[in-house]
Write a protein that binds this ligand. Structure first.
Ligand SMILES: [Zn+2]
Length: 138
């Protein structure tokens, strides 16, 4: 088994998909159902969530993927059923909003799980690597 296989096996995908704490899997990661802000810490194991910063990574990926899917679906509905404009508004606005929030939560949760699993962070390098990879701080 290579190091890459061991890291893939240890990555907490289930915890990330449930949007729960990457360490214990019991505590919630987000403040509310539609909130995209992390809580301050895990209610179960007290893992500090302030270190997690997903940045714009999940947003860009989801915007491109979801924009393409919704646009294709809207075009298919338009050509197949020719509904009035208000049907498109009533159909695609809530669908896009809910899909965006749901996918952003999972994306941010995956980033937090990766951050925790690989001890990533700004200016933080893996201490188990050779010493030549730790020069970037200086
Ligand atoms: Zn926890």
């Amino acid at each position: 088994m290579t190091d890459m296989d061991m890291n893939a096996a240890a990555f907490p995908f289930k915890k990330a998909l449930r949007c729960s704490c990457p360490k214990c899997g019991k505590g919630r990661l987000f403040k509310g159902l539609l909130s995209l802000g992390y809580l301050k810490e895990c209610a179960s194991c007290a893992l500090d969530y302030k270190r997690f910063d997903a940045g714009d990574g999940p947003a860009v990926m989801i915007m491109m993927l979801l924009g393409f899917v919704v646009m294709i679906a809207a075009v298919v509905v338009e050509f197949k059923y020719e509904p009035p404009f208000w049907v498109h508004v009533a159909l695609w606005l809530p669908t896009t909003y809910l899909a965006t929030v749901g996918m952003l939560k999972v994306g941010k949760s995956l980033m937090a799980a990766a951050d925790y699993t690989y001890n990533a962070g700004i200016g933080v390098l893996d201490s188990s690597q050779d010493s030549s990879s730790q020069i970037l701080d200086e």
